[in-house]
Design a protein. Sequence first.
Lengths: 117, 502
Amino acid sequence: MTTTPLRLPVPLVPSVPAPPAPAVCVRPGSLTDHGRRVADAATLDPAVLAAAARRIAAAVPGSRSAAAAEALARRWDSALAAWVADVGAHGDALRATARDYAATDARTATALRGTSS
Amino acid sequence: MTAPAPPRWDRAALADAATALEVGLRAVAAARDPLARGPAAGWSGPAADAAADAGLRLAVRGAELVDGAVALVGPVRRAAAPVRPDAPGAGAVAAPGAAGSAPADDVDEAADRDLAAALDATALDAAALDATAVTPRRVVPPAPAPATAPAMVTAWWAALDPAARDALVRDRPDLVGGLDGIPAADRDRANRARLAAARQDAAARAGAADRALPVDVLRARWIGDLARIGRRRAEIRARLERLTAVEDSLRAPERALLAFDDAPVTTRAAVATGDVDTARNIGVFTPGFTAGVADLSGRLAELEGIRAAAGPDTAMVAWYGYDAPQWRGLLDPSTSVLGDRPARAGAQRLSRFLDGIDPRAHVTAIGHSYGSVTTALATAPGAADGVDDVVVLGSPGIGPRPTRPPGREWVVEAPGDPVADAAWFGPDPNRMPGVVGLSAREVVLPDGRVLAGSRGHNQYLTPGTTSAYDIAAVVAGRPDAAVLDRGVGAGDRLRASVPGAG
């Protein structure tokens, strides 16, 4: 009598489907360049608008407009400085992300090579 | 005493200020330009979307600053224009350079009011803009691939802010639950959600199969159809039973579902008792031949006993995260208990799981029977490197040499355990130098407690036994409290008498 190996049937119950993974594509070099352009934009003088407002104030001394121009200069000082800082941080983040992508890829390649040894 | 002279406007300076304003707004517009161009070329995916969103928000804020400056240029230019000498009322102005211009220091109240109103409006807009300023968070790269080293996964997870982690647990439980290196608490939340969904799906399929049975039977044309219907129903029922078993194993305090895989013909799971994220001592038990998640509740009850004996700050894990060989796979080399292929496949999973545990904890890997082969492979040089001690129970051999330094690898062999003398996968570990034997016999401790002996292949973890006490001592990092005994019995003596029998 021959013995037939016991085998389960072809799986009939699929597992719960995972959500489709979004397509991920990146060129770290291109991302680095983009990050550098954004970071370069942050070299803008954050006082450039406030300086103009203060020139307005200086041109109309003692008037209501002068007080309003001084107040605007303070607002622009704050708003533009924050925006420039945020743009710089965004540029830095993009460049750091490019580095992380490259590092993750390199380490994953090493890990995967390790699984075949 | 004379009254102070009324303020005078320097209209030429005002015109220069308007020009400076235009120069400034062009500079801001130029700085905004790279943000408005969108993400880097060739970049797509969730991180690219997040970066594009952050860049767009910055570009909008820059545009609002520019818009405010642009809106102010006109009023400033008008205020800089000379007043016509024949102007009947406030605010009448002539074009710059027009004939008959008045002296530049003439100021009328209406012009001042208009310019002040324009400046105030711009300041209000700038204030609102300033209030919305948020430093963008660093864009985090997409989740690492499953084969990525757990330490990198841990670093990636730590870089996420709590809201992002919560969102991933909620929206991507398959990702979070399956990645070694993510904290146990987060994996538990994700895996419980996956288990609930799988259990609901299995119950629905079982119900549908029951309802369809009469029709399926009527449609059957030959005996093979009936057999197929029977197999399908058995498969659906078996899956539901496995998922129910995992669910039942979590119905006790301090349990956590650290790994979960609802595969078509098997279910893998790792269930902890105790807080793996904070425990100082962690034991990870890997079962052997015929093991399945149906055993989880009973196994965890035994591991609770080990945990209690080991003392506070201890967690134990029942790691059923691989396809342990079964009787049905005996004749298939890829699944047979007679070969090491299931152990090798399991060792890859186990080593990643072990490396995902906080390296500050004292970790003991415990393998029973065929699970000792899996454990030895998972803790061999080049595999998991965060394990401090290895304990093998009733082992059929673990390879040519110990995987730990001397004094950190332990073996327990109970009397009457034939598997422990098999030496099928290598020399019997209780005869290997560097491997320390722990007792499985009845003993009386110095404090008068009597510990029961274990017998056969399946009593190593039984509460109240010497072997369970010894395992707890090693897990607790107090091996000096263990009772040593190489466990050499009749089987070993018989083997020793046969040349070349290990």
